[in-house]
Design a protein. Structure first.
Length: 120
């Protein structure tokens, strides 16, 4: 889990099928020592994992990502330049219990990551 190690939730609000989170990135995380020591960047897999863990919090259960339909990295997330980020999540609960997720990660309104996928 990345919560409380790689990032801390400042706020997480859910209204119906939409969630909005504000996160504080932990610049001291050992993940940055390998990605990259001179210029820390949130690894793409960590961006997806952030969305995964926030979705689990929103639905109050453990989930497994079964599909990543569209994942776009539009900018670097550097914890020195953007120590706080916003994550917007929209859920669509399917009849079979799966959850389609559409999400963006932003810094000061600028979209850095777009994700659509499915969790079970």
């Amino acid at each position: 889990m990345l919560i409380d190690h790689f990032f801390t939730i400042i706020s997480l609000n859910r209204k119906g099928d939409r969630g909005m989170a504000r996160l504080q990135l932990n610049r001291q995380s050992p993940i940055y020592s390998g990605h990259f020591p001179s210029m820390p960047v949130v690894p793409g897999v960590c961006s997806v994992r952030i969305i995964h863990e926030l979705t689990e919090r929103m639905v109050s259960k453990k989930l497994m990502m079964i599909r990543g339909d569209n994942i776009k990295f539009l900018g670097l997330i550097n914890p020195d330049e953007a120590p706080e980020i916003e994550v917007e999540i929209t859920l669509i609960l399917l009849d079979d219990g799966d959850i389609n997720v559409s999400s963006v990660i932003k810094d000061d309104g600028k979209i850095l990551v777009k994700f659509t996928g499915c969790f079970r």
